[in-house]
Write a protein that binds this ligand. Sequence first.
Ligand code: ATP
Ligand code: MG
Length: 239
Amino acid sequence: MTKGELKYEGKAKKVYATDNPETYIVEYKDDATAFNAQKRGTIANKGIVNNAVTSRLFTYLASFDVPTHFIEQLSEREQLVKAVKIIPIEVIVRNKTAGSFAKRYGVEEGIVLTPTVLEWCYKSDALGDPPLNDVTAIALGLASPDELETMMDLAMDINDGLITFFANRGLELIDFKIEFGKLPSGEIILADEISPDTCRLWDTASGERMDKDRFRRDLGNVEGAYQEVFKRVMGDANA
Ligand SMILES: Nc1ncnc2c1ncn2[C@@H]1O[C@H](COP(=O)(O)OP(=O)(O)OP(=O)(O)O)[C@@H](O)[C@H]1O
Ligand SMILES: [Mg+2]
């Protein structure tokens, strides 16, 4: 598989064309940003961790019928994926309060949310990813009602699967952000990544944060936490 033209360079990954128009190569970088890129840095070997973790999680999710863009891991930092048109909606699932949600509503972090919260945000760095509700997303032409329903159902299935997967590895899934893409057929599939950059993971035993909040909040041992998540995810605990 040869790497073609650079299609897109984001904050965490580069996306390349291949000799097949239906596939892209994604390369994971060590660059880290937070607070809409106001804070920038690097996390040593993050690209290696996030590529491996995403590959493992997408393979796991596919095993119970979640359609994903993942085809295969090509190298430490690269994976082959199906080319999609990204739906410009960030889908956020929250099991417990944390981060911007806790701040927005003036509540402590770590409170159980019942029912599980699903939020949509408009994927626009220029606008700071503003929140959307269903009718706003539809009226702006970002997705159809059926597409929103599909994304909601898939997001809840993904949450159920990931909660179990991480619990078996001593990690609590607090919240996460995913992106979906559309194939030329119109089918909606899970795209982008699922990693410590895009999930909040708290160590079950100690409550310690094992995700990008260590970078956002200058908690120290950022690389160590990513390495620990890598070790647990790639270990042979039951799915
Ligand atoms: N299968 C795919 N096909 C096409 N684009 C994809 C695919 N998977 C992920 N992408 C896109 O690749 C881009 C690069 O990822 P990265 O995480 O670096 O972006 P980002 O800095 O978070 O910026 P953005 O605001 O564009 O998401 C993102 O825009 C993401 O939506
Ligand atoms: Mg991203």
